[in-house]
Write a protein that binds this ligand. Structure first.
Ligand SMILES: [Zn+2]
Length: 487
């Protein structure tokens, strides 16, 4: 080969590679423009989702009674081309909305139940919307709306000819009713490759924490009534049985595995001191980060309750009210959520919202610095910390790979969830901004998964390694949904 020819060849090769590079960058540009469709939808969706979350906020329907709230979300999803299956798992307010076809299948959890007695408007002082009514003190008005927004955004991307499915799970009664327990039992989540979940919080974070498994159980004792002064020897006190049982449980605390929590209330202790109570009831929660231990502690408690009944001449019946497994968090999926939380950015308040948040913070000893949390985005995953509470999201996580995020919706001071301050803040435009931030994180993460089958496999491999390949889901109770528990 002579020099002239080789130079010509080099020029040819260079110009060819320039064209190829240009073509690749144009494809990448076209691709990223295609991928932006859902982000553009969310960026222009403020008024739509502000209206939806505020309607649900003001309806504030408690567990299993979320008829209108679920209907608002169903209508919105149907208007956007989703097919909706209503009344799943024998629960009138549970539903699954589906868009697209084939795999991967991405699931999004939506909650919309309110807390009894927590009614609150959006003032920066305590002021119920309706005295004694329920309120969104856990922010489920924005929880369910955020995942609906991201489901619609994802559907816009799928509609461009992409293969894959998005499923929105309308999950009622998170607050004590365990809606997801029954939906899991009914097989609603089967076939999902990944499920996204979130919760309003006082920080933006992606946490690997395992919430505790829990069983809540009512123990009811029956004895014989008598005049407590006139003829006490004729009575057999059901309250004595409760007290004997509680005494044994308080001694048992020392002899249960580390990290177990046992708490109770006497839900019925009789009517008057001068009547030997023929009926009494005590309501227990048993928690540990391992469902097997929770079951063992419950079985020991059952023996103690039987012993208390025997010793006091009474009889005992029990009802498992609610149960859930610990949350199994998928690290691979969490890393994707973190990367996209960094991309989507934090919740940016305007001057009016900042002034309101500052006022709200002041009611709980906070100040302006308590509001820095809204915009702050985490640099890394939060490694698992010991969380004392439980969630029915645990059930879903035992069935399919799942990861969760938390998004800042309240100032970071002495304001926790389940307070009037939270119920107020999540009903404002701060709540709307937080829900749209959440929706963006889930949208970007879903696109990452649809575009990368290898990541889906890695998520599955991690789940199977944690559960064991032949893992069988083993329920903690056998009962029908307590549809009237908030009536
Ligand atoms: Zn909640």
């Amino acid at each position: 080969m002579n020099t002239i020819t080789s130079t010509k060849c080099l020029i040819k090769v260079l110009s060819l590679s320039c064209i190829v590079a240009l073509a690749i960058s144009q494809t990448a540009f076209a691709q990223s423009k295609k991928d932006r469709i859902g982000m553009e939808y969310l960026e222009s969706g403020f008024s739509t989702y502000d209206s939806i979350q505020k309607q649900i906020h003001d309806l504030a329907e408690p567990g299993y009674l979320e008829y209108e709230s679920s209907e608002i979300l169903i209508r919105h999803l149907e208007e956007n081309g989703f097919t909706v299956q209503k009344g799943v798992a024998d629960i009138p307010t549970a539903f699954i909305a589906t868009y697209g076809s084939g795999s991967p299948v991405i699931g999004l959890l939506g909650e919309f139940d309110a807390l009894p007695g927590m009614s609150q408007d959006t003032s920066a002082y305590q002021h119920p919307l309706k005295e004694g009514a329920a309120g969104h003190a856990c922010g489920h008005n924005i929880l369910g709306t955020a995942t609906a927004a991201s489901a619609v955004a994802i559907s816009k991307w799928l509609a461009q000819g992409h293969k894959g499915t998005v499923k929105y799970f309308g999950c009622p009664a998170e607050e004590g009713g365990g809606g997801k327990y029954y939906m899991t039992e009914a097989g609603c989540f089967e076939g999902c490759d990944a499920v996204f979940d979130w919760h309003p919080s006082n920080a933006n974070k992606v946490s690997l924490s395992t919430w505790k498994a829990c069983m809540s159980v009512k123990f009811s004792f029956s004895g014989v009534s008598a005049h407590a002064g006139g003829s006490p020897w004729m009575g057999r006190s059901a309250l004595d049985a409760v007290e004997a049982f509680d005494n044994m449980m308080n001694m048992m605390r020392e002899h249960v595995p580390e990290g177990t929590r046992i708490h109770y209330i006497i839900s019925d202790g009789g009517q008057a001191p001068n009547i030997v109570p023929s009926k009494a009831q005590v309501y227990y929660y048993f928690r540990n980060k391992d469902a097997k231990i929770v079951k063992e502690v419950f079985e020991r408690a059952l023996l103690a309750a039987q012993g208390a009944a025997m010793g006091t001449g009474t009889t005992m019946e029990y009802e498992i009210v609610n149960a859930c497994h610990e949350k199994l968090v998928n690290r691979t999926l969490s890393e994707i959520l973190l990367k996209n939380m960094q991309k989507a950015g934090g919740v940016i308040l305007d001057d009016r919202e900042m002034a309101y948040a500052e006022k709200l913070a002041a009611t709980a000893g906070g100040d302006r610095s308590s509001c820095d949390n809204f915009a702050a985005v985490p640099a890394q995953l939060q490694e698992a910390v010991d969380i004392g509470t439980s969630t029915d999201v645990g059930e879903v996580s035992q069935m399919v790979p799942l990861a969760s995020i938390e998004v800042a919706c309240i100032p970071d001071c002495q304001i926790s969830l389940h307070t009037w301050q939270t119920a107020s803040c999540v009903g404002t435009t701060i709540g709307t901004k937080a829900l749209l931030s959440t929706a963006k994180v889930f949208y970007l993460s879903a696109i990452d998964l649809y575009n990368n089958p290898a990541t889906i496999k890695a998520i599955r491999d991690e789940y199977e390694a944690a559960q064991g390949k032949d893992h069988k889901f083993s329920p903690l109770m056998d009962r029908k949904p307590p549809l009237d528990y908030c009536k």
